[in-house]
Ligand binder design. Structure first.
Ligand code: ZN
Length: 387
């Protein structure tokens, strides 16, 4: 059986924020970050809510929020008593909103213990709205939440279908303000969601269809959105693609890119989007051995022509690296400025954490300690190895 979960409502496109005026509720807790707040986005949301007769309060979280922040947010929620929790911002703000919401509804639950099989019984106190300001994580439409445990340099992945927001508001007004670097990294993250969803062992007809369309949209619009920050069509379509990428992986899974990427984020403090952007082409090379046909289908979907699947996948990896270059993204951890000494010192930690990642369960090709080590060295150096 496939259990597909998507938001009840997705309001997408120009003017989507107006949808807030139709929302029912009394009090909203807006979970957001410093930059988003400074740009006046939280005020904008609060103004729309006011028109719907809904009061609001803002809770500010740091980038890549910690368990402590989430616990504090839940306390604030308990004092304020919102019937709406709104995650506004990049993926980590929306993820924080999800986790705060869970602890608000279920004070007996620990963030790290949430798993897909738990019956959480949410929505007794509040409903959840996701409003993305970047075009990447797709968190507004996913069951995933990633919270950082700084003490253990670890990312807690806590998926559950009940965590899919009730409403996603996908308005291009917000990503229009993104700096180009963020456009590139969040865009490649969205692409990695769709590619991983498509090759993950738990994929299905629903996630496959959404994933392929997402990949096509990213290949068509990400460059344009990066090169011309006034290209409204590209910005809007990339914003929608990011939400779709979320829907794809939320109903399939992410795989090795996110397994290694979360570890890289936790141990080497590389931001989520950048980590995924770097790892993506390497992952295709590693997985191709066992998922050749799937990658060849993706290659075909983006217009690559080749006589054999093998050749198509080779060309696809090259297309990914080309896209990376055009978006001026580093091609390796070394290029991303991670000092060699630090990398070597932390390599054992990286590999041992990577092979324990639960996300790897959905990767088409298993990863053992030795392979993980080779792969990390390859991702650091960018010099070809045989797996
Ligand atoms: Zn991601």
């Amino acid at each position: 059986m496939w259990e597909i979960a998507v938001p009840r409502t997705i309001a997408a496109g120009e003017g989507a924020l107006e949808y807030l005026k139709q929302v029912k509720g009394n009090r909203a807790l807006i979970v957001t970050g410093k930059t988003v707040k400074r740009m006046g986005f939280a005020d904008k949301v609060a103004n729309y809510l006011r028109e719907a007769g809904i009061g609001s309060e803002v809770f500010e979280v740091e980038p890549e929020p910690s368990v402590e922040t989430v616990i504090k947010g839940a306390e604030i929620a308990r004092n304020y008593g919102p019937d709406l929790i709104i995650g506004l911002g990049g993926g980590s703000n929306i993820d924080a909103a999800k986790a705060i919401w869970v602890l608000y509804e279920r004070p007996d639950v620990e963030v790290g213990s949430i798993n897909p099989f738990m019956k959480l019984g949410l929505r007794k106190k509040a409903r959840l709205i996701g409003i993305p300001t970047t075009s990447g994580s797709g968190s507004e439409a996913t069951r995933a939440t990633v919270i950082t445990n700084p003490a253990e340099e670890r990312k807690l992945e806590s998926p559950n279908n009940e965590l899919v927001p009730d409403i996603a508001i996908v308005d291009p007004e917000f990503p229009r303000a993104m700096p180009r670097k963020l456009v590139a990294e969040t865009g490649l993250d969205a692409l990695s969601h769709a590619i991983e969803a498509y090759v993950a062992t738990v994929g299905n007809d629903f996630s496959d269809a959404i994933a392929i369309k997402t990949i096509r949209l990213v290949f068509k619009y990400l460059r344009r959105s990066y090169e011309n920050r006034e290209d409204n069509e590209a910005i809007t379509r990339m914003h929608i693609a990011a939400t779709m990428g979320g829907m794809a992986f939320s109903n399939s899974d992410v795989a090795i890119v996110h397994a290694l990427g979360h570890v890289t984020g936790g141990v080497l403090h590389v931001p989520h989007g950048r980590a995924m952007a770097i790892i993506l082409p390497y992952s295709v090379e590693y997985n191709a051995k066992v998922a050749m046909q799937k990658y060849a289908e993706i290659a075909k979907a983006v217009g690559i022509e080749a006589k054999t699947d093998n050749k198509a996948v080779e060309k696809f990896v090259e297309a990914l690296r080309q896209l990376q270059r055009e978006l001026e993204e580093p091609a390796s951890l070394k290029e991303a400025g991670i000092p060699r000494e630090e990398f070597e010192k932390k390599l054992d930690d990286l590999t041992s954490k990577a092979i324990k990642s639960v996300i790897l369960r959905s990767n088409p090709r298993p990863l053992n300690l030795e392979e993980a080590r080779k792969l990390f060295v390859y991702i650091y150096e960018g010099k070809k190895v045989d797996f």
